[in-house]
Write a protein that binds this ligand. Structure first.
Ligand code: 4AD
Length: 464
């Protein structure tokens, strides 16, 4: 076979070498019949390729053929690397390919829904263009998502999904090292796993069923099953009615569950170790991706240090800043943002754990505090003032669990096998669930969770 070179690896040291690449023809620019510039893209990288009419090497017909290529057609380019004084096309690689051979492998239709270059511009570029009287095409989010197959090709999207992949890789590495077992729980289940109305109902061979709102019940049953420490990376379904920047109807849940020896702090310890490692990993291994994202959507890197506060301390900080919370109530989006800002200013971190929430605002399976049952052994984790994780110690006593489920209005019959799992000897345990798209969105300072979902599902979107 022939040797193929990655566009991202093309560099000045290769000057004079003949290379062969395959990519998409992102732009085709011709100012005369004798010369044509192609920008060929592969992943996050682009390279400028030039064809100049040259006796016995490049015929006028070949230049004509190159000029007639449609944008996004897949091309094979063979040519010699050179280092031009100036790149006219703004390609990422600082070299040029003097084309010798050019093949069109697959021709794209001429009327694309939008150009990748148009979908890759930053707000600054729009502003600059406006000032100079130039008209740039804006590509709206719905147009992009309706045509996600092509939208995913922008360098920024290529970068976002590589960051997402690296984040999960690091999560797996750290948890496996800490002796967690990766599990795969069912997604079609008999009763709702989190309670509430946010559940997709379906029929399972004539019986009522739903799509799992989380692996909650089954990851706990895996702990009853003797695995000690488990985790899962898998789809989570929420029939959310909220059409917001941070809610999806299907997202990737990162779920962890573990035996607790003495205190639910042990779960918070894992949260901190895990997320410090993930953030370090992304900063150290995805610097190119983060630069690409930042170019289109500028953001400040997160500051992250382990920091824990109780709910009461958080509420007190808000009070002192003039923000009142309903007594023993949930923090609304605005209060969360405000608290994030206060903690960031005071403790120099955009990441923190808020512990010991009032019991009444937590799910039925949450363990009340031993010394004050108004509160619970629970926590939420915030990044840039938005929730990325919720977790808790769980009730492992079947009678107490039944009582709490009833108090929370859950039909106990639908979860009887779950409750029964605790009748045969169940260790104290706890865990947490994170939303992968939320983590990526906030780590990269993005303004919409849909940017972090390959094919987002929200209340209005079921395709593509
Ligand atoms: O807070 P949630 O609903 O908690 C649970 O599912 C528990 N079973 C977790 C546990 O182990 N105790 O969801 C956990 C995380 C949230 O913190 C958030 O990051 C994300 O999942 N999440 C969503 N992400 C996108 N779209 C939605 N609609 C989300 N709902 C929750």
């Amino acid at each position: 076979g022939r040797t193929w070179t990655d566009v991202g690896e093309l560099c000045a040291e290769m000057k004079g070498e003949t290379v062969l690449i395959r990519g998409a023809a992102q732009a085709i620019r011709s100012t005369s019949k004798k010369i044509v510039f192609l920008v060929v893209r592969q992943g996050m990288s682009t390279v400028q390729c030039v064809l100049v009419v040259t006796k016995d090497i490049i015929s006028p017909q070949m230049v004509c053929f190159a000029s007639s290529l449609t944008k996004e057609s897949i091309v094979d380019v063979e040519g010699v690397i050179s280092v031009p004084g100036m790149l006219i096309t703004g390609a990422t690689q600082q070299v040029e390919i003097q084309v010798r051979k050019l093949y069109c492998i697959n021709r794209a239709v001429p009327n694309l829904p939008f150009n990748i270059e148009d979908a890759s511009r930053s707000e600054t570029e729009f502003k600059e263009a406006e000032e100079s009287g130039e008209q740039l095409v804006r590509v709206g989010q719905d147009t992009r998502l309706n045509n996600r197959g092509i939208d995913l090709r922008t360098p920024t999207n290529q970068a976002i999904f590589r960051v997402k992949s690296e984040g999960v890789n690091e999560l797996r590495r750290v948890l496996l090292l800490k002796k967690f077992v990766e599990i795969f729980t069912p997604k079609v289940i008999a009763g709702s796993s989190e309670g509430g109305a946010e559940v997709f109902k379906l029929e399972y061979k004539g019986k009522p069923a739903c799509l799992a709102q989380s692996p909650q019940l089954h990851k706990q049953m895996a702990i009853c099953g003797g695995f000690g420490r488990v985790f899962e990376v898998g789809p989570v379904f929420r029939a959310e009615n909220s059409y917001t920047h941070r809610h999806l109807c299907e997202f990737v849940g990162l779920d962890v569950e573990m035996e607790i020896k003495e205190h639910y702090d042990e779960v918070c310890d894992i949260v901190e170790e895990l997320f410090m490692a993930i953030f370090d990993h992304l900063n150290n291994n995805c610097s190119k991706e983060l630069e690409v994202i930042k170019r289109q959507y500028p953001f400040q890197p997160i500051k992250y240090l382990p920091k824990r506060l109780t709910y009461d301390e958080g509420v007190q900080m808000l009070k002192e800043a003039g923000v009142e919370i309903e007594p023993m109530g949930d923090l609304n989006t605005e209060a969360e943002k405000k608290l994030g800002k206060l903690v960031s200013d005071k403790y120099n971190t955009d990441f923190f754990i808020l512990t010991k929430f009032p019991l009444r605002i937590r799910p039925f399976y949450t363990m009340p505090c031993y010394d004050n049952s108004e509160y619970s052994n629970s926590f939420d984790v915030f990044l840039r003032g938005e929730e990325i994780i919720s977790g808790a110690q769980r009730i492992h006593d079947p009678e107490m669990l039944t009582k709490r489920a009833e108090q929370c209005g859950i039909d106990v019959k639908t979860i009887s096998t779950y409750i029964d799992s605790f009748r045969y000897g169940a260790p104290p345990h706890g865990g947490f669930g994170a939303g992968l798209e939320r983590v990526v969105m906030l780590f990269c300072g993005l303004n919409n969770i849909r940017k972090c979902s390959l094919f987002p599902r929200d209340p209005q979107r079921l395709t593509p």
